[in-house]
Ligand binder design. Structure first.
Ligand code: AMP
Length: 286
């Protein structure tokens, strides 16, 4: 596996690969790889000739009181894992190279960045869309792979790619979970033993919502109420940031669950300062 840290070199290498007619896939990440990241890389492997994983803890997407400084980092482990799933190039630029003094250009997807995570983390998605745009320009991919775990992010990236005419196919990989249902996340290592034991309640509440809707519940408020009840009972150490039943395209909160409709049920729960996200996509039965 090639490791590239220099921005110019990455760009030069990507143009060279394109001239050779190679199909490039990119997997943007912040490192501390787990099976979720590796699944995205394997998917990229199947869809392209050359897989570039980017590893960049992007300060722009962290709020002033968030965990940028203590975000988990595991350089050696990441190299080994990325190599083992067939990543060809690991691109890990320096912060100063990505945002040199005087940097002042941002990419914003307006409407979709407002609700859910956007309401709680102002500026977060501006950071994400800006860095992803830069990473797209630096790696020149034909395909980009993101995870459904960050459902709102996936939707925003798709919107941005369409709106700004990036000639890139965006693929979304399903959520990869621990055996007990907890969605894998680099941040899971922050959880205390007690918090970790309660964390699978997030997925249980989502499964309950799926089941309730399948059994005929058509009132989103009732679904949300039921989920909150499960979370309060089974994850008392967690603070619920939101539980939402939304339109899968606009993220508008739904007032009724019409048959045939695609629905995103999403939640965020905070254990201390560790925020966990999870979601399910479903179609309301006829
Ligand atoms: P991160 O390093 O947390 O920014 O994640 C990099 C990419 O991996 C993003 O597209 C995430 O949505 C995706 N990802 C992270 N965890 C998971 C997971 N458990 N299942 C699927 N995709 C994931």
């Amino acid at each position: 596996m090639e490791i590239i840290q220099d921005i110019r070199e990455m760009q030069r290498r990507a143009s060279e690969l394109r001239l050779q007619g190679r199909r490039i896939a990119v997997v943007p990440t912040m490192g501390a790889f787990h099976e979720g990241h590796l699944a995205l890389m394997r998917m990229a492997r199947q869809r392209a000739d050359v897989v570039i994983a980017t590893l960049f803890v992007n300060p722009l997407q962290f709020g002033p009181n968030e965990d940028y400084e203590r975000y988990p980092r595991d350089w050696e482990g990441d190299l080994h894992k990325a190599d083992s799933v067939g990543v060809n190039i690991l691109f890990a630029p320096a912060v100063e190279a990505m945002y040199p003094n005087g940097y002042q250009t941002y990419v914003v997807v307006t409407e979709l960045s407002r609700p859910l995570e956007g309401a709680i983390r102002p500026g977060h998605f501006r950071g994400v869309t800006t860095v992803v745009t830069k990473l797209f320009h630096l790696t020149c991919p034909h395909v980009a792979v993101f995870g459904q775990k960050d459902a709102q992010q996936a939707l925003i990236i798709r919107r941005m790619v369409r709106d700004l005419n990036f000639d890139i196919e965006v693929l979304i990989h399903p959520i990869v979970r621990e055996p007990d249902g907890l969605a894998m996340s680099s941040r899971n290592v922050y959880l205390s033993a007690e918090e970790r034991a309660q964390a699978p309640a997030l997925y249980r509440s989502l499964r309950w919502a799926e089941e309730a809707i399948r059994a005929g519940e058509r009132n989103p408020e009732k679904v949300i109420e039921g989920m909150r009840r499960i979370l309060r009972r089974e994850a008392p150490l967690g603070h619920i940031d939101y539980v939402a039943v939304c339109d899968t395209e606009t993220l508008d909160e739904l007032v009724e669950l019409r048959p045939g409709r695609e629905v995103l049920v999403a939640l965020a729960v905070r254990f201390g300062s560790t925020r966990l996200l999870d979601n399910v996509l479903l179609t309301v039965p006829e």
